[in-house]
Design a protein. Structure first.
Length: 149
């Protein structure tokens, strides 16, 4: 009887996290040329999608929704403000809250971004059922990981 390698669990081929990491890295890499045309990084694009959906938000709500901490959001929002896509203003009700809202230029950018999801969908080459299954499983993983925090 052959003895099992005690280090088998440490091999990359046995790690679920490794292909998830590689996929995320490669997908973001494939987004880059599409987003360069919009003058956005991937994280800026995610933030803009949030604002295209929700209109405005305070920084705390934004960070919670996107799982981004203030140290990531603050410089990112400053850059989006410099590009004139968002404004940042103190809340009249509570000056501790910074409210971020889309500008007209930020709203117009949404039209320019319309082709990005389809182009990325072509790149991934998953049928609708596969995409839905992957989406469901990834959000299940996120939900389970968040429970552990």
């Amino acid at each position: 009887m052959a003895m099992q390698d005690p280090y088998e669990a440490l091999k990359l081929k046995n790690q679920l996290c490794y292909p998830i990491y590689l996929c995320a890295k490669e997908i973001v890499r494939r987004y880059a040329p599409l987003l360069d045309k919009l003058d956005l990084t991937y994280t800026q694009y995610v933030v803009m999608m949030y604002f295209w959906e929700h209109g405005e938000s305070n920084v705390k709500e934004l960070g919670k929704a996107l799982l981004l901490d203030p140290s990531t959001l603050t410089p990112l929002l400053k850059k989006l403000e410099k590009k004139a896509y968002v404004t940042r203003t103190r809340s009249a009700a509570d000056e501790r809250n910074l409210v971020v809202a889309l500008t007209d230029a930020g709203r117009r950018l949404r039209d320019d971004a319309l082709s990005v999801p389809a182009q990325m969908g072509n790149c991934l080459a998953l049928n609708a059922e596969e995409a839905e299954t992957l989406y469901t499983l990834l959000y299940k993983v996120l939900e389970n990981v968040e429970k552990e925090l």
